[in-house]
Write a protein that binds this ligand. Structure first.
Ligand code: SME
Length: 163
């Protein structure tokens, strides 16, 4: 477990580099995925001041229907969010279906975008994979247009591989 969390000034890349080493330290000392997701959401949110930062986990729709899966809200920072998202729905469900990161510069231009908050303007969703399977997605929303680019994709994918 990292002794403490510290923020640094600098470019986006500088901040991600610093964050990556802090995430490594946190995750190394803890094997529980939810605890690690909670700390990663917090560290990303604190570092960049995003509007919403959190995880949706891939879980069975119900214990009676073991085959069918859905995204269920996990650890997050920010305002209240919708709890369940079906495969292929919204940006989160699309990233899960495509098994790849989806960057949305303007949420109004994304057909089927799920507006948990009307203040969200741009978004990135990164699949979290274990043994080749998507087990969760990391979803980040910004109040500004076009916040996310290839740098965010690269570092957020690196962070998701540490979980
Ligand atoms: N906008 C997401 C829904 C989740 S919230 O942003 C927290 C989507 O379209 O999947």
């Amino acid at each position: 477990m990292a002794e403490s969390f510290s923020k640094i000034e600098g470019t986006k890349e500088d901040k991600y580099q610093h964050l990556l080493s802090q995430v490594k330290a946190v995750v190394e000392g803890e094997c529980d995925m939810i605890a690690n997701m909670a700390n990663v959401a917090s560290m990303l949110h604190e570092t960049f001041g995003f509007w919403w930062t959190g995880f949706y986990r891939v879980l069975p729709v119900s214990s009676a229907e073991k085959g069918e899966q859905t995204l269920v809200l996990g650890p997050f920072q920010g305002p209240l969010a919708c709890t369940r998202i079906k495969k292929g729905k919204g940006v989160c469900g699309s990233a899960w279906l495509r098994e790849e990161t989806v960057i949305v510069p303007d949420v109004d231009m994304f057909p089927g975008h799920i507006a948990c908050s009307s203040l969200s303007r741009s978004e990135i969703v990164v699949p979290v994979k274990k043994d080749g399977q998507v087990i969760a997605v990391l979803d980040i929303d910004s109040k500004e247009l076009a916040t996310f680019d290839e740098t965010d994709k690269e570092y957020l994918e690196a962070i998701s591989r540490l979980l």
